[in-house]
Design a protein around this ligand. Structure first.
Ligand SMILES: [Zn+2]
Length: 64
């Protein structure tokens, strides 16, 4: 195993740790009142339905 292999394994390990942390983190941040992408107001119903939501429907749809 050379250094490049080791670097690749380390990178993979970091990415897995990062992803695991992300998926385990509950949506503890408050829902945004405005979309972080386009600044449009996010409806109260959407914020209650999706705790921690940061995007309006349109931006969320574009991301998916
Ligand atoms: Zn938006």
């Amino acid at each position: 195993m050379d250094d490049a292999d080791r670097a690749g394994i380390e990178q993979e390990r970091l990415e897995k740790a990062f992803l695991a942390k992300r998926t385990q983190t509950p949506p503890s941040r408050p829902s945004a009142t405005q979309c972080i992408e386009c600044d449009i107001a996010i409806p109260e119903k959407r914020r209650q339905y999706l705790p921690g939501v940061q995007l309006c429907v349109e931006c969320q749809t574009l991301k998916e």
